[in-house]
Design a protein around this ligand. Structure first.
Ligand SMILES: C[S@@+](CC[C@H](N)C(=O)[O-])C[C@H]1O[C@@H](n2cnc3c(N)ncnc32)[C@H](O)[C@@H]1O
Length: 254
C-alpha cells in the first residue's frame, strides 16, 4: 500500500541540529541525506522555516508542503467557528466527539477542531504521522490556542481498522475520507497536497473493511466523504449532504 519506504529520505540542509534530523531518519527507518542531488529517493522530509516539510523534486526549490494549521480561506477566525455547510451538517451539530480515522493533511480535522468539536486523529502513514505531530505542536504555540487553553487534536499512529477496536471511549462520530482512485487524470486530485499524498501513500484498498470497523466503533454515526462518481462505501446511506462533485454520506447507528 505504501510506496514511501524506498522513496523517502530525510534531508539535512545545514540548518539546525543534525541530531534532530538523525532521530527522524531513524524513527522512519529511511536514509539521511545531506544533499538532494544524485539520490535514488523521490521524496524528502526536512525542516524549513520552523516547519517539517515534504518535498519532491519539483518542490525542492519552492519550499515544500507542510500541514497548514491556519483557517481556510473564508473561514471565520473567531473560536468556535460556526457549524455551517454540508460538512458540519453531516458531522451533526449535536455531535461532541469525532474520530477522524483518515487524517492525511488534517484539513478536515483542523476544520472540525476550529468548529469546537473534540477531535482524535488516526493516521497510518509514518511519514504523514510525523508531519501531523509537527503541525499539532505548532498549533499548541498559536496565541489563540494558548489564550483559549485549547488542547490540539490527539494523534494516534497506526491502522484505524485495528485502533478503532481499542478506543478508550466510543466517539459520537467517526469520519472517513479514504483515498479514492481519480476518475480522470488531473481530476479532483489536482491539488498538490493530494497528488503528492496519492503518490506517496497510494489508494486505500481496504476502505470497506475500514467502514465496517468504524460502524462498529462509533456511538452514533459514521460520515464518509466521497467523490461524486464513487459508490457509497457502506451501502445506502441514511442521509447525504454535499454538492455535485463531493458527497458526505451519513450512516446513523440507531
Ligand atoms: C484522502 S487522505 C485524507 C485527507 C484529509 N481528510 C485531509 O483533510 O487532509 C486519506 C488518508 O487516510 C490515511 N488512511 C487511509 N486508510 C487508513 C487506515 N485504515 N488507517 C489509518 N489511516 C488511513 C491515508 O494514509 C491518507 O493519509
Amino acid at each position: 500500500m505504501s510506496t514511501t519506504q524506498n522513496q523517502l529520505a530525510v534531508l539535512f540542509e545545514g540548518n539546525g541540529e543534525i541530531s534532530k534530523f538523525e532521530a527522524l531518519a531513524e524513527r522512519l527507518n529511511v536514509p539521511l541525506r545531506q544533499s538532494s542531488e544524485q539520490n535514488p529517493e523521490a521524496f524528502f522530509l526536512t525542516w524549513r522555516d520552523g516547519e517539517l516539510k515534504l518535498l519532491d523534486t519539483e518542490l525542492l526549490r519552492k519550499g515544500g508542503l507542510s500541514v497548514d494549521i491556519s483557517p481556510r480561506n473564508g473561514e471565520q477566525r473567531s473560536y468556535p467557528a460556526p457549524k455551517e455547510g454540508a460538512f458540519a451538517q453531516a458531522i451533526g451539530r449535536k455531535t461532541k466527539t469525532v474520530v477522524d480515522a483518515t487524517t492525511g493533511w488534517a484539513q478536515d480535522s483542523l476544520c472540525l477542531f476550529r468548529m469546537g468539536y473534540e477531535v482524535r486523529c488516526i493516521e497510518r502513514s509514518p511519514m504523514m504521522a510525523e508531519l501531523l505531530t509537527d503541525a499539532f505542536e505548532r498549533l499548541t504555540q498559536e496565541l489563540w490556542v494558548q489564550k483559549l487553553e485549547l488542547t490540539p487534536p490527539v494523534l494516534l499512529h497506526g491502522n484505524a481498522i485495528e485502533l478503532l477496536k481499542n478506543l478508550a471511549s466510543p466517539p459520537d462520530c467517526i469520519y472517513l475520507d479514504p483515498m479514492f482512485p481519480p476518475k480522470r487524470k488531473k481530476s479532483a486530485l489536482s491539488k498538490k497536497t493530494m497528488t503528492i499524498l496519492q503518490n506517496v501513500v497510494g489508494e486505500d484498498l481496504d476502505k470497506t473493511e475500514l467502514f465496517a470497523a468504524a460502524f462498529s466503533a462509533t456511538a452514533k454515526r459514521v460520515v464518509v466523504k466521497s467523490p461524486d462518481y464513487a459508490e457509497p462505501l457502506g451501502g445506502k446511506p441514511t442521509e447525504t449532504f454535499g454538492s455535485k462533485l463531493l458527497r458526505y454520506d451519513v450512516y446513523l447507528k440507531n
